[in-house]
Design a protein around this ligand. Structure first.
Ligand code: UN1
Length: 509
């Protein structure tokens, strides 16, 4: 079978047509907005089109979602979990096709595309278990014959704004948790990867049909001006969970906070690995290469800064150059490829501008630095010798550019790790327990994620995912991230037959 027939079979199995409607609440809406073309970044060619949603289409979706909330919130949480179980099983069925579609439309390699689907399956499993564990605490009342406890109630419809780099997994983190918490979701995916969202929505539609619960998972593909802005200002969305740039997140906060909406913001990262002289060199090289080159450097968690102790730096740089030279660049769906294309022309421009800016500030390109002479949006993974105080090093460039920075002492390394506006992921490579513990101490890494002898990317769903400072402060996925999708209610019950007041206040009438 040729690649073209394989691709068209895969698209057909996922229900992708030449032109697809852009909104669904369990059944597709005949959307009336402008057509959006989805491109394959490997070739630069069009894959298919989506008819985007207008404001009126969005309104139709919101009506269904808000109506659904009225009944969905009353379904027992474990029964809501059953729906997510069905979703997880369907994702297992479609794993290959979805993984291929992610590789086709986003450009990440197939193994990472499949990993992304696995991440969805994992969060579904987590959410199913969670549906029986939405625990509230009980407290001892200071008043006799009184009982206090807290209960967690569904919050409302949740708006999910997802980015191109994880076109489906980050939606799943939100949608699976929201669903068991009693909240329908309205999903606005990135306009760069609408087909991934449509394929997932088709799977959701099957699930909702089987489980008789339309309106729990909803999709709206639309422009920022038409749909995005309206969502942010919409009082019917008590929570907006958004992944994207810090600039975008700031705008979201500015619109959602004044209406007292909640946000989960997963914004830019500027992640560092600190490599101490005593580190296992093999591990450090492999981890750094995957973290910097994997997904062509287009993860929020991608490694941007390799912070090397002076003794190990020369060896580390030599080994990295060799590792970079062995990275096979090409079609992400071909076995053996380790790095696919960037997502579009804009991403290439941003990368080239960053390299120029680094050079202008005294940075030295030690490897790569160029666009590849072939169709699509391919670049060389790039190593730049840099200083921590360079302006460009403070910025997140969504591309495989790794800044190499040297230091003398661990205190300096921690200061460098923390000396950027972002605070998502961080790591230290060392065999010295004291050094690792210092990195993990309150005076250590200031990031939401801190790893020892593991790279910065590829977090498991069981932990809470997110970061501090300009990364936005949001937490998604595991641990107790579910709480933000619910409203906490403190309950006090008086079974005493008396009316004692708290704090000993007397008020006899
Ligand atoms: C993102 O880049 O937006 O930790 C999410 C990771 C993935 C998630 C990344 N599990 O790299």
């Amino acid at each position: 079978m040729t690649t073209a027939t394989k691709t068209s079979d895969m698209l057909a199995r996922l229900g992708i047509q030449d032109v697809n409607p852009g909104a669904s609440t369990g059944s597709w809406i005949d959307t009336k907005g402008a057509e959006l073309t989805s491109y394959n970044p490997t070739t630069g060619e069009a894959i298919a089109k989506v008819r985007q949603a207008t404001r009126a289409d969005y309104e139709e979706v919101m009506k269904v979602a808000t109506k659904t909330f009225e009944t969905w919130r009353l379904v027992p949480a474990p029964a809501r979990g059953e729906v997510v179980r069905v979703l997880g099983n369907k994702l297992r069925e479609y794993k290959q096709e979805l993984g291929h579609l992610v590789a086709l439309e986003n450009g990440k390699i197939l193994s990472e595309g499949l990993g992304e689907v696995q991440e969805m399956i994992d969060i579904c499993d987590f959410a199913v278990g969670l549906s029986r564990q939405l625990y509230g605490l009980s407290m001892h009342s200071e008043r006799p014959g009184h009982r206090m406890y807290e209960q967690w109630q569904p919050l409302g419809v949740v708006g999910v704004v997802s980015a191109f780099n994880f076109p489906i997994a980050v939606w799943a983190w939100n949608a699976a948790l929201a669903a068991v918490c009693g909240d329908p979701t309205v999903w606005k995916p990135s306009s760069k990867v609408p087909l991934c969202a449509i394929a997932v929505q088709r799977i959701c539609d099957e699930v909702m049909k089987e489980c008789h619960c339309p309106g729990v998972f909803n999709l709206v593909v639309g422009r920022g001006n038409d749909v995005g802005d309206v969502m942010l200002a919409d009082h019917r969305l008590p929570l907006i969970s958004a992944t994207g740039s810090t600039r975008m997140g700031r705008r979201i906060a500015e619109v959602v906070s004044p209406r007292f909406g909640r946000t989960i913001l997963e914004l830019g990262g500027n992640n560092a690995i600190v490599v101490m002289d005593d580190a296992d060199l093999d591990l450090a090289v492999r981890a750094a290469t995957f973290a910097a080159v994997g997904t062509a450097g287009q993860r929020c968690t991608s490694l941007r800064r390799l912070v090397m102790q002076k003794g190990i730096a020369p060896k580390l740089i030599e080994r990295l150059k060799k590792a970079y030279a062995s990275v096979k660049i090409g079609d992400p769906n071909d076995p053996g490829t380790l790095m696919g294309p960037l997502v579009d022309e804009g991403a290439i421009n941003d990368m080239m501008k960053a390299i120029e800016a680094a050079k202008a500030e005294g940075g030295e390109v030690l490897y790569g630095g160029k666009r590849l002479d072939r169709p699509g949006f391919f670049v060389e993974p790039t190593l730049v010798r840099a200083r921590a105080d360079m302006k460009i090093v403070q910025e997140e460039t969504f591309a495989p550019v790794l800044y190499l920075i040297e230091f003398d002492t661990l205190d300096q390394a921690i200061a460098i790790n923390n000396g950027v506006p972002q605070g998502l992921s961080s790591a230290i490579f060392t065999k010295d327990l004291m050094a690792a513990e210092k990195f993990l101490s309150a005076a250590g890494s200031d990031c939401g994620i801190a790893n020892v002898n593991i790279g910065t990317s590829g977090a498991e769903i069981g932990g809470a995912f997110g970061g501090e400072k300009e990364t936005g402060g949001g937490r998604e996925a595991g641990s107790d991230s579910w709480k933000v999708y619910m409203r906490r209610q403190t309950v006090t019950i008086n079974g005493s037959g008396q009316l004692p007041l708290a704090q000993g206040v007397k008020f006899d009438v």
